[in-house]
Design a protein around this ligand. Sequence first.
Ligand code: VGL
Ligand code: ZN
Length: 229
Amino acid sequence: MGSYGSREPAADARANLEKETVKKQPSTTALVVVDVQNDFCPGGRLAVPDGDAVVPMINKAMDAFDHVVLTQDWHCAGHHSFASAHAGMEPYQAVDLHYGSQTLWPDHCVGGTKGADFHRDLRQDRSELVLRKGFRIGIDSYSAFYENDRTTPTGLSGYLRERGFKRVVLCGLATDFCVRYSAIDARKEAFACEVLLPACRGIDLEGSMAAAVVMMRAAGVLLLEAMPA
Ligand code: VGL
Ligand code: ZN
């Protein structure tokens, strides 16, 4: 795993998130917590290095937001993003599905299993919506807004717009997949978007962390090293 995935967040950012009082964010901003689930944490089927380190930071960050949304990767058994669904294929290889290239993963986050549950220490009391994605057998969904065919909406954009949100702050797992595509789609949907990097961890597959940073910046996503002032 590369340098981004394993790098320590800046000490000041950590202090800001874990100890100091966090500054209240406008009520037109939603904190969107991406896929902080057992299978993406150490011991899980698709463990993100140091993935569980985001939990205390996210719990603390929630104090700064009036509105919190949690997302959950929620696949059916035999999902076509699983290498096990394709004869002769291994995890982390790519296949062409009807919508284009799809990276294959170990079986993970099967809806209703322990692996799909949120990390046990993640605060759920503040969550106003749990958005599940990736439940269609033939289409993966990295983004919380659009599935990997890039056209099937999850409904999140309508939900956020109807509730009057103007800005989303994203955190969670994994920086270079679900956080990345969610952030870029948030911009496409005309929300202001910031990613709270100390509260994210990445997989870093073939340069995906570096690509994520470049693509998020190009989309107008602000990458934060500490809680927004
Ligand atoms: C994710 C790979 C497969 C993520 C979900 O949450 O970033 N990555 N499914
Ligand atoms: Zn998945």
